[in-house]
Ligand binder design. Structure first.
Ligand SMILES: Nc1ncnc2c1ncn2[C@@H]1O[C@H](COP(=O)(O)OP(=O)(O)OP(=O)(O)O)[C@@H](O)[C@H]1O
Length: 311
């Protein structure tokens, strides 16, 4: 590799992005690897920055490195997919709060090792991502982690507006913010009706509480909701949880954290497929790779897709 194009969100992980950039720059200088830096200044700007960069670089000698959280990687992926070269590889240095994609892909978080590998022995692997189309709004996007409706989206909404997130990130316990907002979501999230179409069968649930379509096991900063999911099997997974009472919820949650046996509970349903359709009938919170979607009704068509991950 001869040149690195850094696409950076300084604000990710409550300024972890800024710290990561300093360390990566130091590593690039040490390794005498040419680079340039593009700082994104507002949410969403990494999409056009990634599109322009993918249109302009020479993939044989140059590469894109995204520095930020899951939301930043999501934007860069969407930008590359919209470009003239949608197969442009992406390297990713995790600097967010949850870093769920990095956990699923077992990515390096040591800046010097990360840069040395990219310089000397870069490898490109095809990994899964999800793609959805919302039939109600016409929106079409890719995701690296998951799209959730209901409980997890409620937690994301409260967490992203929480002042505690910044404070906790400063002392490296940012994930705890999700935990605290779980209590709020337990009170605030109601159950809802959902229809799922997958593997040529239709399933209806009248008391769904969480409906998450995911590319890998984790959400909310390492919570393994679907341990069987993985980013290499060319499938998406969907988890549907029906509203349990508080005691049952806490029991389910402890099983989830202990050994994954929550999947056998009768309130927990899951399917694996390369195409999944999800329809809700009342306005609910939604989240896409940890970013809020407008509270609304959803009619989503999901398909598994892939991108090239450079590491
Ligand atoms: N393209 C962007 N440019 C600048 N700031 C952004 C951009 N996208 C999001 N932000 C801001 O950065 C923060 C979120 O970044 P990001 O989603 O990458 O990380 P995170 O939420 O901290 O971590 P994670 O998604 O891993 O849990 C929020 O403060 C958001 O307003």
């Amino acid at each position: 590799m001869k040149k690195v194009h850094l696409l950076v969100n300084l604000k990710s992980g409550s300024d972890k992005g800024a710290k990561a950039l300093k360390e990566i720059e130091a590593a690039l200088k040490k390794e005498k690897l040419a680079y340039n830096i593009q700082i994104s200044t507002y949410p969403g700007q990494l999409v056009p920055i990634a599109t322009k960069t993918a249109n302009e670089i020479n993939n044989n000698h140059e590469c894109i490195v995204v520095v930020g959280g899951d939301g930043s990687l999501n934007q860069a992926l969407n930008g590359v997919k919209n470009s003239l070269h949608p197969d442009t590889p992406l390297a990713y240095f995790p600097a967010g709060t949850g870093n769920d994609f990095a956990r699923a892909a077992k990515l390096q978080n040591n800046p010097l090792k990360f840069i040395k590998k990219i310089k000397n022995h870069p490898t490109v692997t095809n990994v899964d991502c999800g793609r959805y189309q919302d039939l109600l709004t016409g929106e079409e996007k890719y995701f690296v982690n998951n799209l959730g409706i209901g409980f997890d989206a409620f937690v994301v909404n409260k967490t992203n507006h929480s002042k505690l997130k910044t404070k906790f990130n400063k002392i490296n316990i940012g994930n705890l913010t999700y935990g605290i907002n779980i209590a709020q979501a337990l009170k605030g999230q109601d159950n809802f009706k959902v229809k799922i179409l997958t593997n040529e069968h239709t399933y209806s649930y009248d008391h769904a509480y969480l409906v998450t379509t995911t590319n890998h096991p984790y959400f909310g900063g390492g919570v393994p909701i679907l341990p069987i999911a993985n980013i290499y099997n060319h499938k998406l997974d969907i988890a549907i949880v029906e509203k349990p009472n508080l005691a049952k919820f806490l029991y389910l949650f402890s099983k989830l954290l202990l050994n994954g046996s929550h999947m056998q509970s009768k309130q927990f349903h899951y399917f694996e497929a390369n195409k999944i359709e999800v329809e809700t009938y009342q306005a609910e919170y939604g989240q896409l790779d940890g970013e809020e979607l407008n509270r609304r009704k959803f009619h989503l068509k999901f398909e598994v897709d892939h991108f090239k991950l450079l590491k």
